[in-house]
Write a protein that binds this ligand. Structure first.
Ligand SMILES: Cc1cc2nc3c(=O)[nH]c(=O)nc-3n(C[C@H](O)[C@H](O)[C@H](O)COP(=O)(O)OP(=O)(O)OC[C@H]3O[C@@H](n4cnc5c(N)ncnc54)[C@H](O)[C@@H]3O)c2cc1C
Length: 448
């Protein structure tokens, strides 16, 4: 039995060691005004004895027809180089062991991007992302992996390979089996390949880092950003003062603006920098005139944007320098989003906890609550923090795990976010897929 239990890890290690990590296929989408030339799409067809188009030919036709009757701009000629079924789809099919950042770099060559971005991108693998249904920094714009994963190939517990590697955006032929493997944390099967739809890479990205006096103003900023920036809004993140202090203190990364109780990071992505700037300026003007944003900086310089993103992406790393961190990842109705942080600060004031911080994807109602302490104290976790956090979140109709999953740690708390009937059905599904319990045993489902 022991040997069988290690099957999952064995296969995952195999994926990690897979040296032939590669994208199997990248496609293109027509509305991006990109296309693959026939010579590139069918490299196996040997070119006949034809000449290649050159400037003299273009000049000849311009002289013959008039220059306004000859199209040379790639955007204008694209429709004539793409067939109507658009052998092009903006999809990526890859092996599960591909690292997220590597995939994004590969897609950049085709002016596409991964619909997912998160701090762990340099090490996490797409199979892990899919299995945890990772959310990340641009969920607000591009949506969940459940929406973006078009198909998966999965190895089932009995060794069968289930080919659901669909690349179609629409396919209503019965049960959507792939969804069972997205977010089930490897308990129903091992993802070995995936097909994802990949959006066009934006041509213009602008980042605003804003200082805000209170949480009411944070909510007003979010509301105004959604109204004014609409389709260009690609990220809206919250950082509270203790989180920013930690990044500053432990990693030496400085805030570009004065101190505030809250900071809101707003990113826009689009195809026209002038249009996007105009929208952002209107938003900022309104936000400052109404007094909901007090100070801020705006940049579209890549290095400056990277520095600002570090203030958000490296909070978890910074807090680890305190000694121990208790981390919670919850979804909450936006009006209750930050309430739990001051409540916990009060609850924990006479304990070994030193700092309680709240930050996260406010645009998606996803708060990361981090509690730092000099030393890890299991009693504090079991008797104070977890009963308080999970009960409170459940009372507010939130989720005890917004994006990090259940894993081993939260199985006994699953009932706070799932009804007994739902848990019972999950157990039946697990039993159907994995009757011997060899796939990630002990994870997700409570033992009793
Ligand atoms: C700095 C940092 C920032 C992060 N930010 C975010 C964030 O913003 N949003 C977010 O959602 N998450 C975030 N995360 C968590 C992140 O989602 C996960 O670390 C990542 O998605 C998991 O991928 P992995 O390759 O690391 O998987 P692992 O950690 O190796 O595995 C995760 C789980 O999936 C299972 N698994 C892995 N591969 C497969 C497979 N091929 N088939 C079946 N099961 C598999 C494993 O058994 C395990 O249960 C962050 C993590 C870090 C370290």
């Amino acid at each position: 039995m022991k040997k069988i239990l290690s099957v999952t890890q064995f296969l995952l290690n195999g994926l990690r060691k897979h040296e032939n990590i590669r994208c199997l296929h990248t496609g293109y989408i027509s509305h991006q005004k990109q296309f693959v030339l026939t010579k590139d799409r069918y490299p196996h067809i040997k070119r006949g004895n034809y000449t290649e188009l050159n400037d003299n030919h273009v000049k000849f036709f311009k002289d013959l027809l008039g220059s306004d009757r000859v199209l040379t701009d790639p955007n204008d000629v694209q429709p004539y180089n793409t067939d109507w079924i658009k052998m092009v789809c903006g999809t990526l099919v890859c092996e599960a062991g591909c690292v997220l950042e590597t995939l994004d770099q590969e897609l950049e060559k085709h002016n596409l991007m991964m619909p997912l971005d998160l701090g762990a991108k340099g090490s996490c693998q797409i199979g892990g992302n899919i299995s945890t249904n990772a959310g990340g920094l641009r969920f607000l714009r591009y949506g969940s992996l459940q929406g973006n994963v078009l198909g998966v190939e999965v190895v089932l517990a009995n060794g069968e390979v289930l080919d659901c590697l669909n690349v179609l955006k629409k396919d209503n032929t019965g049960f959507h089996l792939r969804h069972l493997f997205i977010g089930s944390e490897g308990t129903l099967g091992i993802v070995t390949k995936a097909a994802l739809q990949c959006p066009p890479r934006p041509k213009s990205i602008i980042l605003a880092f804003l200082g805000v006096e209170d949480f009411e103003s944070v909510l007003s900023t979010l509301k105004l950003a959604k109204e004014q920036l609409s389709e260009t809004l690609s990220s809206c993140e919250l950082i509270d003062a203790p989180s920013l202090d930690a990044v500053n203190k432990y990693l030496g990364i400085k805030s570009p603006i004065d101190e505030f109780p809250f900071y809101v990071l707003i990113e826009t992505s689009g195809s026209d920098v002038n249009h996007d700037e105009e929208k952002l300026n209107v938003f900022l003007d309104k936000a400052m005139t109404r007094g909901i944003v007090i100070d801020g900086i705006v940049t579209n310089e890549p290095s400056k944007m990277q520095n600002i993103w570090q203030l958000r992406e490296r909070i978890a790393e910074a807090l680890l320098h305190t000694g121990a961190v208790y981390k919670y990842d919850v979804s909450l109705p936006v009006q209750h989003f930050y309430e739990i942080v001051p409540l916990l600060q009060n609850e924990l004031k006479d304990t070994s906890a030193t700092v309680v911080t709240g930050y996260g994807h406010i645009g998606d109602g996803n708060l990361h609550v981090n509690i730092a302490a000099e030393e890890y104290d299991q009693d504090l976790v079991n008797n104070v923090i977890e009963p308080f956090v999970f009960k409170w979140v459940s009372e507010k109709k939130g989720s005890i795990s917004a994006e990090h999953g259940i894993g081993l740690k939260k199985t006994e708390f699953l009932h706070y976010s799932k009804t007994p009937e739902a848990i019972s059905l999950m157990k039946k599904l697990k039993n159907l897929f994995d009757p011997s319990g060899i796939l990630n045993p002990y994870k997700v489902l409570p033992l009793h």
